[in-house]
Design a protein around this ligand. Structure first.
Ligand SMILES: O=P(O)(O)OC[C@H]1O[C@H](OP(=O)(O)OP(=O)(O)O)[C@H](O)[C@@H]1O
Ligand SMILES: O=c1cc[nH]c(=O)[nH]1
Ligand SMILES: [Mg+2]
Length: 212
């Protein structure tokens, strides 16, 4: 898996505020939304385009537009919903599919409780959004699901990643001959005994949606 940790002072500034336990839910949602837009700029570097010509008021100009089929954006419910608007703002013609997954907090295994996306993803470029890559169980299962449906190019956007999660993804996805990328705002130190990212930001879903 090709991994990019976005190194930018504005990303670091917003991420620091997001981590702060004193940041309330409305501010957390706004910061997550702003961070996605910054990450999406990097994450869409390989988005497929078609060359076209347009007529300016002066002369023909060569340019590009997004190729069809349009990209599919897949938020992993629930916390991934906090990254959806930022992503579709940058890719307004993208389709959106949904994966509902929850980590069993005792076993740390990911369980899928909802799938609502096209049956056939052959040839599709997919952007998966989920703020947290902790053990990597959730994201690895999500990407395997998308590849099984035929997706041939998958980019995941996360706000935070743990080294253990990236190692797990590399192991599970080894030998897959399709582009798989991760773009994250930070690579943190480690996981704690409860599988939480350290220093992290706590439970992203709870902080987005105000559950305490
Ligand atoms: O890398 P992992 O160890 O699998 O953990 C990461 C997952 O945990 C969080 O979701 P959670 O299961 O808390 O569900 P939620 O979005 O409904 O809060 C997070 O948004 C990821 O989906
Ligand atoms: O640190 C973590 C790990 C998993 N899920 C979260 O929301 N936070
Ligand atoms: Mg959660």
């Amino acid at each position: 898996m090709e991994t990019l940790v976005v190194d930018h002072p504005l990303v670091a500034h917003k991420l620091t505020a997001l981590r702060d336990a004193n940041t309330d839910s409305p501010t957390f949602r706004r910061l997550a939304d702003e961070l996605v837009t910054l990450l999406a700029y990097e994450a869409t570097r390989q988005v497929r385009v078609t060359e076209i010509t347009v007529e300016t008021p002066v002369a023909p100009a060569q340019g590009v537009r997004l190729a069809q089929p349009y990209p599919l954006v897949v938020p992993i419910l629930r916390a991934g919903l906090g990254m959806l608007d930022g992503m579709t703002r940058l890719l307004p013609t993208a389709e959106v599919g949904f994966l509902g997954m929850v980590r069993n907090e005792s076993t740390l295994k990911a369980e899928t409780y909802a799938t609502r996306l096209p049956e056939d993803l052959s040839g599709r470029q997919v952007y998966v959004v989920d703020p947290m890559l902790a053990t990597g169980g959730t994201l690895a299962a999500a990407i395997e699901f998308l590849l099984d449906r035929g997706a041939d190019d998958v980019t995941a956007l996360c706000l935070l990643a743990a080294p253990e999660g990236i190692a797990h993804m590399d192991k599970v996805l080894a030998g897959i001959d399709k582009p798989i990328r991760l773009v994250t705002a930070a690579l943190d130190e480690r996981l704690n005994d409860q599988g939480y990212i350290v220093p992290g930001l706590g439970d992203a879903g709870d902080r987005l949606y105000g559950v305490v």
